[in-house]
Design a protein around this ligand. Structure first.
Ligand code: PLP
Length: 395
């Protein structure tokens, strides 16, 4: 329901989810606490206690020691640290570690960071790992990329933000371990939908608050203690010196509250959301027999994203027409939206530019209901007809 009472279907949880009441309450309560958690006086100590409680809870929910947590401003900063700071730290510790390897389909926070690292530090090479037509990293190609022992860190999203493709981190970790390569996973889209990878298989993991019902502006990089970090920013030396700066108690508390509900409800919610996604897919197929689901139902995936290509329709027009009929959806990843451009994710999976032009991403989350599915299925036939008419006019 929108603010003016119109029944809208919010089908863009992968862009940002809905703030959870528990997170809002934790935020408001902690925002009333005065003081800097680093100060030693009583006011500072009270602030420290609130921060400590939040960090303890996050660590407990992720099943790691608290010292592994580095709070960030979101997934983007966590990914930047995991690629840029780790690559520079690793090459400083061992001059033969002159490369990073990232999945070609990863979020720009990873891929653009690897590319910029190479541009700014020509001694570091960025290697892109190819995926198959279901968006799954090809293990033999990953093994080739790591074979010379030069890769310090390999990064792949646990769940892809456009298609929902789910990687087999245990298999990839086995390859990485054989070459002394650290494994980072961007689990921003995975939390709440799939099982967390084992800490035996990964060294670093990025999370983002606003994808799980916390406010925008908070995230976490989980990093094992032996991960080398180069200096990418400097300051008061908080958080192992990796990410200096005074932490926001309210954001940390809200993140902890949202993560608690997300972890507690994961299995049940994931079953519920998969059932809604099934209804979406079946309904879409009935409405348009030419619609092509980007991932086959048998492919490993998170279950909260339905990515579909409507041949002959322009996503921009389709988005606009659906929006008019009360549906919030996305053409690709909203993080890179604003301007719609051909999706590098779909290109890496082998989709033609023409196919990618008709792509729609519908993503579900904790507030999604059958009614959201109904609104979309009701709006789709006419929106599609008109989007195709636009497609026919402009080619
Ligand atoms: C997989 C993935 N990684 C990173 C990010 C960036 O997270 P944030 O918006 O918290 O910076 C996103 C946002 O869409 C994402 O989906």
């Amino acid at each position: 329901m929108s603010a003016d009472g119109e029944r809208r279907a919010y089908l863009d949880h992968a862009a940002t989810s809905v703030l959870r009441p528990a997170a809002r309450e934790a935020f408001v309560e902690a925002s009333l606490v005065q003081g800097n958690p680093s100060s030693v006086h009583a006011t500072g100590r009270r602030a420290r206690a609130v921060l400590d409680d939040a960090l303890e809870l996050i660590a407990e929910l992720l099943e790691v020691p608290r010292s592994w947590l580095i709070m960030t401003s979101g997934g983007t900063e966590a990914d930047n640290l995991a690629i840029r700071a780790v690559a520079t730290g690793a090459v400083a510790a061992d001059s033969s570690r002159t490369a990073v390897a990232v999945a070609a389909t990863d979020h720009p926070a990873v891929v653009a960071t690897a590319r910029s690292l190479q541009a700014l530090t020509p001694s570091i090479e960025a290697r892109l790992l190819p995926v198959d037509d279901q968006g799954i990293l090809q293990a033999d190609r990953a093994a080739d990329a790591l074979a010379d022992g030069a890769v310090s860190v390999m990064s792949t999203a646990l769940v892809n933000n456009e298609t929902g493709a789910l990687q087999d981190l245990a298999a990839l970790a086995a390859i990485a371990r054989a070459h002394g390569t650290l494994v980072h996973t961007d689990a921003v889209q995975g939390v709440g939908h799939v099982r967390r990878p084992s800490w035996d298989d990964i060294d670093l993991m990025s999370l983002s608050g606003h994808k799980i019902g916390a406010p925008v502006g908070v995230g976490v990089l989980v990093a094992k203690p032996d991960v080398p970090f180069g200096t990418t920013s400097t300051g008061g030396g908080q958080q192992r010196g990796v990410r200096s700066g005074t932490l926001d108690l309210a954001l940390a508390a809200a993140f902890a509250a949202a993560l608690q509900e997300t972890v507690r409800d994961r299995e049940q919610e994931s079953r519920r959301i998969r059932a809604l996604a099934r209804r979406l897919r079946d309904g879409i197929r009935q409405i348009d027999s030419s619609a092509r689901l980007t991932l086959s139902e048998e492919s490993p995936q998170s279950g909260h994203i339905v990515h579909v290509v409507f041949p002959g329709a322009h996503s921009d027009s389709l988005l606009f027409l659906l929006d008019e009929r009360g549906v919030d959806s996305s053409a690709g990843s909203a993080c890179s939206a604003g301007v719609t451009q051909a999706s590098p994710v779909l290109a890496a999976m082998g989709l033609s530019e023409e196919d990618a032009r008709g792509a729609l991403r519908l993503s579900l989350g904790w507030t999604s209901t059958d009614q959201d599915v109904d609104v979309l299925l009701q709006a789709l036939p006419e929106s599609l007809r008109r989007a195709r008419a636009v497609g026919a006019l402009f080619g």
